[in-house]
Write a protein that binds this ligand. Sequence first.
Ligand SMILES: NC(=O)c1ccc[n+]([C@@H]2O[C@H](COP(=O)([O-])OP(=O)(O)OC[C@H]3O[C@@H](n4cnc5c(N)ncnc54)[C@H](O)[C@@H]3O)[C@@H](O)[C@H]2O)c1
Length: 280
Amino acid sequence: MKDLTGRVAVVTGAASGIGRAIAERCADAGMAVVLADVEDVSLQQTVADLQNRGAEAAGLCVDVREPADLEALAALAVDRFGGVHLLCNNAGVDTGGPFDQIPEASWRWVMDVNFFGVVNGCQAFLPALRAAGEGHIVNTGSMAAVNAGMRTMAPYIASKFAVLGFTENLAVELAATDPQIGVSALLPGGVKTRMTDSERNRPAGVELSEDPVRAEVVAGIRSATDRDGLEPLDVADLVLDAVRERRFYVLTHREAALDAVSQRLAWMTEDRQPLPRVLR
Ligand SMILES: NC(=O)c1ccc[n+]([C@@H]2O[C@H](COP(=O)([O-])OP(=O)(O)OC[C@H]3O[C@@H](n4cnc5c(N)ncnc54)[C@H](O)[C@@H]3O)[C@@H](O)[C@H]2O)c1
């Protein structure tokens, strides 16, 4: 999809951070945008901001854990703007602790939003993307998908490995069945968003860990991101370039990602234990 003008984009997790920035850049490129999020107030504000800048924009309060919500989102996009060309499955959350102390509700929340949210989006939107004749899916994973080894982060890391595995497989499947639909995996490193505050959206039953290592890990992510993180709009630019050029991997911190993959290759070839990853 070299020319995005007049096309329709749908973005989940669009009320904040990377999702909001992708929606903004899509609007800048002349696309109509449909925004989805669980945070209704910020969502409506974001839609109004885009409309005030002259964009065609609509929003729906959606929980990506619910397949029916994503079906309703697809129906809204088709009814309002006539179809869908770009789907960005971007909503994501994190909670954690020492792996054996994490309640099942917390594991499920992270897997349901980060992984099943992506699967639900792909399933709900495939008919509309097929009908559009040309389309693209961007699934947001993380550098964590190529770089594990952070204490207290097991659910998040497992969910992002799952997103990357699913998305690589999706690309292969669609290349065989629907070659007019491109696929990208966005693997961000640190980006200045509200991610480390994502427990704000936790459902009942998801308890905050009081483990001191967890507090240290989250503080390390916050300070590394404040210091070295990218601006969400710069990430959104990379995403739109990848859509136009039909590139699969979108690596915001390219060298660090390639280093992590090389390091894993060395662990395998030299039969070594994985090493920890510590952010400060
Ligand atoms: N910020 C980073 O450093 C970073 C790094 C790697 C990956 N990511 C990934 O980027 C994506 C976007 O996160 P962000 O950094 O912009 O964080 P953010 O918290 O600023 O934005 C995430 C958005 O997702 C929404 N959301 C949460 N649960 C939802 C649900 N069930 N249904 C619909 N919307 C929901 C939130 O309300 C929020 O608006 C996530 O998938 C995250 O894992 C972020």
